[in-house]
Design a protein around this ligand. Structure first.
Ligand code: PLP
Length: 429
């Protein structure tokens, strides 16, 4: 598709957008009486207007029924989490039994590492991406220490090559092969939070399995953003949060995936609680943990219903729209943003002057999702502040990186065009 940098063109794309009615189902933050251009769905997705009613339902049932709500609420709390199995399975490409919604992301990452990082004296290493999201780095570091190993020796970080911005796929595969039978686990962010690079999870999983390691992904930036086929790719485990692309509210519940082959293995070590116990015997309150044969076996506690209700409001929208349409629009939106940035570079900036915009996100749409990350060479935080003052909500990382993620559910092509106008004005100031 050939794009044009004009309001008319952007509005035409919006006209043809089959998801255009969904923008109105979300609260778009307003500053100084104007709707913002909200490009931080990769950090905190916007609130569906329906969320309030979903939470209110549970508050009312709690008020009316007290403890009886566990079985007699409109959506009984005892089984509330079960409603997510089918729709979440579609979002991440899993079987319903392979997914469960529980806890928060880093908590789940640690819990999954308990099962899937089982180091021995010979096999104890972990391959991960350099500069992973800090929470993941800390989790891996302490998992290694907790098992009695030294992180400097056990953690193999794959970084971009000198002078490059993204990690070469062949370098990840080489790191896995080189580690060979010393490798216990591969744990990578399926989509890098900084560059927006999407990794080839299928090939990484194959390479990991070839040397006998377990392979897992942190999909905080993947779930609801890119196409995932976790079951088919034979990924061992994955986890994600619900408050980024999944619009389920600050600190919202996390989801996990555990491949069927592991769900059926009741001998697999794990941390446990009563909500992972077989349903038939759960309330006999007897000795002896008998795990369910599904991802639910990793649940420990009964579900936090109020945040679950917010999650349900959002997931019902995903269920209605389907990932296919989201992915189609996502490619167009990020493609249009890429075009606008290139266009501004060509028309208004000059690389030789040291002032230019460098897109560090892969240009191939198969290797990215919604996010486009840009280094604003020769510009400082003043540029970002100007964008913010004009109503653009994006994300700034020192010294000069702007991350933007137009989300297909609520962002428009006009948002992207208007962003371009504001950016053009800001770089000239
Ligand atoms: C957002 C994000 C987190 C946040 O973890 P929480 O436990 O939800 O606070 C962790 N890892 C990655 C890769 C993220 O992008």
């Amino acid at each position: 598709m050939t794009f044009e940098n004009s309001l008319k063109f952007a509005q035409q794309l919006d006209e043809q957008d089959e998801l255009k009615s969904y923008r109105n189902k979300f609260h778009i933050p307003v500053i100084n009486g104007k709707e913002t251009i909200y490009f931080t769905g990769n950090s905190l997705g916007l609130q569906p207007k329906s969320t309030l009613a979903y939470i209110k339902q549970e508050l009312e049932d709690w008020a009316k029924l007290g403890v009886e709500g566990h079985f007699h609420a409109k959506n009984p709390w005892f089984s509330y989490h079960e409603q997510f199995a089918k729709p979440i399975a579609k979002i991440v490409g899993a079987l319903p039994k392979e997914v469960v919604v529980m806890n928060n992301l880093t908590v789940n990452l640690n819990l999954l590492m308990v099962s899937f990082y089982r180091p021995t004296n010979q096999r104890y290493k972990i391959v991960c991406e350099a500069k992973a999201f800090p929470s993941d780095q800390y989790a891996l570091e302490m998992q290694v220490r907790n098992a009695g190993f030294n992180p400097d020796d056990a953690i193999i970080e794959v970084a971009p090559r000198e002078g490059e911005r993204t990690i070469r796929h062949e370098d990840i595969i080489a790191a896995i092969e080189n580690a060979g039978n010393s490798l216990a686990c591969v744990m990578i962010g399926g989509v890098n939070y900084f560059t927006g690079q999407v990794f080839d999870m299928k090939a990484i999983t194959e390479a990991g399995h070839k040397v006998g390691a377990n392979v897992g992904f942190d999909l905080a930036h993947g779930a609801g953003n890119i196409e995932l086929k976790l079951h088919e790719w034979k990924v061992d485990f994955a986890c994600w949060c619900s408050y980024k692309y999944l619009n389920s509210g600050p600190g919202g519940v996390s989801g996990v995936f555990i491949h069927e082959k592991h769900c059926n293995n009741t001998e697999l070590p794990r941390f446990a609680g009563w909500w992972g116990q077989e349903k038939e015997t759960r309330f006999l309150m007897e000795k002896g943990f008998k795990p369910m044969k599904s991802a639910e076996a990793w649940q420990m506690s009964n579900a936090p219903i109020l945040t679950m209700a917010a999650h349900k409001a959002a997931i019902d929208i995903f269920e209605e729209v389907g990932m296919e349409k989201l992915l189609k629009k996502q490619k167009m939106l990020s493609g249009y943003l890429e075009f606008i940035i290139d266009n501004i570079n060509e028309k208004h900036l000059d690389k030789s002057s040291g002032k230019f915009l460098e897109i560090i996100t892969p240009r191939d749409w198969k290797e990215r999702g919604c996010q486009v990350s840009v280094i604003a060479h020769g510009f400082g935080k003043k540029l970002f502040n100007q964008l913010t003052n004009e109503g653009v909500i994006s994300d700034w990382r020192e010294p000069n990186v702007i991350r933007m993620a137009p989300a297909p559910l609520y962002n428009s092509f006009e948002d992207v065009y208007r962003f371009g106008e504001i950016l053009t004005k800001a770089i000239k100031d």
